[in-house]
Design a protein around this ligand. Sequence first.
Ligand code: FES
Length: 167
Amino acid sequence: MEENVNRRDFLGMSLAAIAAVGAAASLVAMKKSWDPLPSVVAGGFTSVDISQLAAGELKTFEWRGQPVYVIKKASDDPKVEGRDFEINGEVYSVGLQVCTHLGCIPQYFADKKEFVCACHGGVFSSSGKNMSGPPPRPMDIPPFNIDGTKLVFGEEGEVYKQLIAKA
Ligand code: FES
């Protein structure tokens, strides 16, 4: 009799332990399915320090799988309303480096201060405005915010909203 009770207790505790492990595993699996994918979290915001850019220099990086450029305008390159903005008295321009004709990636030529799209010869100014060829509109401005000498892409800051409103 004593042996039967002990065996029954042992089986009961074992089943309870297995059920607890199963419940915990289910909760972990459910949490994983609710959480955003790591690629979504990492791809949401990109912070770029532009303090080291020289006048006239372009820097390209990837944001959400697309090339984005930042140009620190040279002193003889005029500030373009609705496209350029200032940080600490320096003028910058940003944009998705994607041609608005059929999506090729235009190359920047610093000596001419223009982007040229090799696919069909579209030309954009250093402010991303379409100048000639088939592109129907300027290159898009990605949402960004200014954080000191950093640009945070993925955030809609005040300067971004002002640019978009004037575009
Ligand atoms: S894709 Fe750039 S000009 Fe056609």
